[in-house]
Ligand binder design. Structure first.
Ligand code: G3P
Length: 222
């Protein structure tokens, strides 16, 4: 298998807000260039333009609404994040859950504007449902392990391998990421050994004293 895809979600962590969003993106770019591993970042919405303008690396939105141009106050419009420099979006993150109909509409909007899509899921059946919609990626993240420092790839390996198997049966074009508690080289290694093609992670890197060193540790067993 090829190199993994790493997606760093900044959530609303202070360290990844404003200028901090740019500094962490620079660390990701340096590690990505040295290793050849694609690393994308998902800063907060108002920081997308700032990060995309200052650092050449893939920038994702943390959310996208399934709406078009018009009367949609407070919604996130695909063209707007695309024009701001985003190349993709998370959909249905555990901290921004959507209904199935909303997930489908968000995915449609992502496709319309040429944005790469990652649908987040919380168990094997929702992973299977998400895969049936045909996103680029599904990201399985058990909510109870998010931010815990306990890696899903070690605490709940079956949910990762079960997701990989379910997706392979439903739509083999869809790639599987996993996340929750991932921060160390052995966590990423275990995730890849379970058949996933990368990880979606946050606190272990964004809140690290030295995000670049934390990223270097993360990829050391790839
Ligand atoms: O989107 C990534 C996420 O929910 C996992 O968070 O802090 O456990 O890496 P964390």
């Amino acid at each position: 298998m090829g190199l993994p895809f790493i997606v760093l979600n900044y959530k609303t962590y202070l360290q990844g807000t404003g200028q901090g969003a740019v500094e962490i993106a620079k660390a990701c770019k340096a590690v990505s260039e040295d290793s050849g591993i694609e690393i994308a970042v998902a800063p907060q919405l108002p920081d997308i333009y700032r990060v995309a303008s200052e650092v050449e690396l893939p920038v994702f939105s943390q959310h996208l609404d399934g709406i078009g141009a018009g009367s949609f106050t407070g919604h996130i419009f695909g063209k707007s994040i695309k024009d701001a420099g985003a190349v993709g979006t998370l959909i249905n993150h555990s901290e921004k859950r959507l209904t199935l109909a909303e997930i489908e509409a968000s995915l449609k909007a992502a496709k319309k504007f040429g944005l790469r899509s990652i649908i987040c899921t919380n168990n094997v059946p929702t992973t299977a449902a998400a895969a049936a919609l045909g996103p680029d990626y599904v990201a399985i993240e058990p909510p109870e392990l998010i931010g815990s420092g306990i890696p899903v790839s070690k605490a709940d390996p079956e949910i990762v391998s079960g997701s990989v198997e379910a997706v392979a049966k439903i739509n083999s074009q869809v790639k599987v990421l996993c996340g929750a508690g991932i921060s160390k080289g052995e966590d990423l290694r275990a995730a890849l050994d379970l058949g996933s093609q990368g990880v979606l992670l946050a606190s272990g890197i964004v809140k690290a004293a030295d995000p670049k060193a934390a990223l270097e540790d993360l990829i050391r067993l790839v």
